[in-house]
Design a protein around this ligand. Structure first.
Ligand SMILES: [Zn+2]
Length: 60
């Protein structure tokens, strides 16, 4: 999956990077997000996803 890397965005002006070590989390507001690491710079990445994109998540 691809996500936005704030670090690459800042340093190179490229904001879409492949995400490694993807982990799915639920935020306080009940929305789902994918958390991972930028495959290029290793920086933390975060992407809002819908529940349908989360493997094993209960459908709303
Ligand atoms: Zn990056």
């Amino acid at each position: 999956m691809q996500g936005l890397c704030p670090k690459c965005n800042k340093n190179e002006g490229v904001n879409r990077r492949e995400m490694a070590d993807v982990e799915y989390v639920v935020m306080k507001n009940g929305r789902h997000a994918a958390k991972g690491r930028c495959a290029v710079c290793g920086g933390g990445m975060y992407k809002i996803v819908s529940a349908a994109d989360v493997p094993g998540a209960a459908q709303a």
